[in-house]
Design a protein around this ligand. Structure first.
Ligand SMILES: [Zn+2]
Length: 383
């Protein structure tokens, strides 16, 4: 009796776990902070470039002056493409490997960026290698983007990500799931950031305080107004994250004060409502002027009807492999927010499973790896 495709793919992924871990170790041992050591980051990027070229991809390089270079690997053909997005930069500064070395212990693989998210690229590589070796071609042309500044909010890459997403059928994000086998990320909050500068008038606080226009008083009045925008029922959060005015131990009412506000919303209209409210803030202290800089950084990745349909297709493929998917709503953003902003049907968190991203305890669950590889391979084969 011949084995069905899902079983053949899963059997191959199980056989190849050692190879997976060897490649993941090599990727993790090439440290790649977003900024600070372009040479090191480029070495990591070239490692992935070579890996995907050896697989038969055509890889183009997008040079970057500050962060590591970015890459687009293309595989197969067909008129409509599937867009896969990941990043090889990590939040860990150079030298982290000394205190947080690659190691396998108790069924977990540890090391900077193993989970978030070098593992997602190795998973994609292995899914493709298995499909190739079993003679099962992906249904569409694949375009795989290797980002290098995602951890900084993708300033140099977001336009390209959105353009690629616009010209693709689906966008699959190789960011990690959570710690359980079937975890994926079905929605992510959007984010806006505002810097509010209160311009007032400085004066001696003992001799002529009446001549001051106090930015401290102004900002102190603004904070409760901002706090009132929090809407727990909609998971809307509005949080001041920075406050600064004056010089301590001087008898001076300062002339300027600064406040930064971080906004998260799960729905685009809600984000617009909060942004309009912040941009509409008016000073209440006489002679103080408000300068409000900022706006939407990322729109939410919403669980739309189309995204839900994609989730259901992925869930059906997972069930053939013996597990079910669980979609999670996540506060933090990813490049999936940008593909969603571009209007692309998106599923995020298809990478490996584990915990403690951005933390020295970061780990990947080993026993889930073959199943996550097989799920991705089936998505590439059938979407
Ligand atoms: Zn990430």
């Amino acid at each position: 009796m011949t084995m069905r495709d899902p079983n053949r793919i899963l059997a191959a992924a199980k056989e190849r776990l050692d190879r997976f871990l060897d490649l993941l170790r090599q990727a993790v041992e090439r440290e790649s902070p977003t900024y600070g050591d372009k040479q090191a980051s480029d070495a990591c990027g070239r490692f992935f470039q070579k890996l995907f070229e050896d697989l038969g991809c055509t890889v183009s390089v997008i040079r970057q002056p500050d962060c590591g270079d970015q890459y687009i690997a293309e595989y197969g053909d067909g008129p409509e493409s599937l867009f896969l997005v990941g990043h090889y930069d990590t939040v860990f500064p150079m030298g982290t490997l000394k205190t947080m070395p690659w190691r396998i212990e108790d069924g977990k693989a540890h090391g900077p960026g193993a989970l978030d998210m070098k593992g997602g690229f190795i998973q994609c590589w292995q899914a493709l290698a298995i499909l190739r070796d079993l003679g099962l071609p992906p249904k569409r042309k694949l375009r795989i983007f290797f980002n290098s500044d995602e951890e900084a909010g993708s300033p140099s890459s977001r336009e390209r990500i959105m353009a690629e997403a616009r010209s693709s059928m689906y966008s699959l994000i190789l960011e990690p799931g959570l710690k359980n086998l079937g975890d994926v990320k079905s929605s992510r909050s959007g984010r806006a950031v505002y810097k509010i500068i209160a311009h007032g008038r400085a004066a001696h606080s003992g001799i002529e305080p009446h001549k001051a226009a106090s930015p401290i008083l102004e900002l102190a009045r603004l904070i409760p107004a901002l706090d009132a925008l929090n809407t727990p029922a909609l998971k809307t959060t509005v949080a001041p994250t920075f406050l600064n005015a004056g010089v301590d131990n001087t008898a001076t009412i300062p002339g300027e004060g600064r406040l930064t506000v971080d906004v998260r919303c799960t729905v685009a209209e809600e984000l617009e409502r909060i942004c309009a409210a912040i941009e509409g803030l008016r000073p209440t202290v006489p002679d103080v002027r408000l300068e409000i800089i900022g706006g939407v950084e990322k729109a939410p990745l919403e669980y739309t009807e189309q995204n839900r349909a994609l989730f259901r297709r992925a869930d059906a493929l997972a069930r053939e492999l013996g597990f079910a998917l669980t979609g999670h709503a996540i506060g933090g953003g990813s490049d999936g927010n940008f593909t969603a902003m571009a209007g692309a049907v998106t599923l995020d968190g298809l990478g490996l499973t584990g915990e403690f991203s951005h933390n020295e305890k970061e780990y990947v669950v080993l026993e889930h790896i073959p199943l996550r590889v097989a799920l991705l391979a089936r998505l590439l084969q059938t979407l």
